[in-house]
Design a protein around this ligand. Structure first.
Ligand code: HEC
Ligand SMILES: [Cu+2]
Length: 355
């Protein structure tokens, strides 16, 4: 098809579409409103910087609104003037051969296009620096909850040094309420490559870097489950390195802590598990399993998901995961067990009692 035919076809299609434009706009508006309503209803379930529910996220949000509106203003003015010039001074008529008037050496114009953009850049810089320093210099209260976050290819380790708890992928923190203000302070490290901790509704991103310890904090004001993801490409399964921050009421958090501090409660025999290679990588408190390369399994069943993504922690999935993690997360750092069925059943049965 020649370019000419192509554009003729396009014009015809445009012509066909035009009468429907109004209903299309109506439909698009409806769809947008529906999406917004759904978004509002699911607050805490989706990841959006436009629904901040904790302190640094509020500041990040106000800054992004400022930056977005300045940029939108620039876009509208520049785009509008350009559109005006294109339409108003379009070619045609008799003046094809003559050159348009050449404007140069105008101090006024040159000053305007130097001073205005400089002012805009200064405003953006000051606003950004102000918010960045307010977030970074924020004094962490003495009674804050301290958690050490360690990024692993492709899962999160959460250590609560003051409480003696180690868990994975699901970070429990207390809500910051008026009568019980409580800040969460995170120390961020990595066991291998660079990862990035990002839960948009709670705070901005902070990287977990080799050879450097970073920190961040947040005080969430609404209980719920907040979703995040590793925000720095760290390998093939980067997308399945999700994290959940469960913001508990003060009482729920105390219950959770007390439960996590209990020794592994179990009725089943631990023998199949303790006689497998599993213990080289996994810890179950109070047993000979002291491995550190994989998630702590002491209270495995208290986590609703397996393997740092939305794989429900059911007995079937648990057994299938142990049998061959490749099926779910190819090139995860856990090798397939290649165990006889009976032993696999024994291990799965034992693990599913680790409430
Ligand atoms: C070489 C180290 C290694 C060995 C051996 C190993 N695992 Fe793992 N395991 C891991 C790693 C790493 C992960 C995290 C995988 C991910 O999410 O990407 C993991 C994840 C898991 C999980 C999911 C934990 C969670 O919180 O989601 C279970 C359950 C598990 N392993 C059980 C076992 C059992 C049972 C065995 C023995 C048959 C075993 N593992 C052997 C390294 C290992
Ligand atoms: Cu990562």
């Amino acid at each position: 098809m020649s370019g000419l035919e192509g554009s003729a076809l396009l014009a015809a299609e445009l012509h066909l579409v035009r009468p429907d434009m109004k209903s299309f706009i109506r439909l698009a508006t409806l769809a947008t409103l529906a999406a917004l309503a759904a978004g509002a209803a699911m607050a805490g379930q989706i990841t959006s910087i436009f629904q901040p529910l904790a302190t640094p996220a509020d500041q990040v949000y106000s800054l992004s609104v400022l930056v977005l509106s300045i940029c939108a203003g620039v876009f509208l003015i520049v785009g509008g003037l350009m559109l005006y010039a294109i339409v108003r001074f379009r070619g045609g008529g008799k003046d094809h051969a003559t050159e348009p008037a050449q404007v140069y050496g105008s101090n006024q114009i040159e000053l305007a296009w130097t001073v205005i953009p400089s002012l805009i850049v200064v405003v953006l810089t000051i606003a950004t620096a102000r918010i960045t320093s307010a977030v970074q210099d924020h004094a962490i209260p003495k009674d804050a909850l301290h958690v050490t976050v360690i990024g692993h290819q492709y899962w999160w380790e959460f250590q609560y040094p003051d409480l003696g708890i180690v868990t994975a992928n699901e970070l429990h923190v207390p809500v910051n309420s008026k009568d019980k203000p409580r800040t969460t302070s995170l120390t961020l490290k990595t066991a291998d490559v660079t990862h990035s901790f990002w839960v948009p509704e709670l705070a901005g991103k902070t990287d977990l870097l080799p050879a450097q310890t970073n920190s961040m904090w947040f005080d969430p004001r609404q209980p719920g489950v907040y979703l995040g993801n590793c925000a720095e490409y760290c390998g093939t399964q980067h997308a399945k390195m999700q994290l959940r921050v469960v913001v508990d009421t003060a009482e729920d958090f105390e219950h959770w802590v007390a439960h996590q501090q209990e020794p592994a409660a179990t009725e089943a025999s631990a023998v199949p598990f303790l006689t497998s290679a599993c213990i080289a990588c996994h810890t179950v408190q109070g047993t000979a399993a002291r491995g550190k390369l994989g998630p702590d399994l002491t209270h495995l069943m208290s986590r609703p998901q397996l393997a740092a993504y939305d794989l429900p922690n059911t007995p079937q999935n648990l057994r299938a995961w142990i049998e061959n993690p490749e099926v779910f997360k190819s090139s995860s750092r856990m090798p397939a067990a290649h165990l006889p069925g009976q032993k696999l059943d024994g291990i799965a049965a034992y693990l599913s009692t680790l409430k």
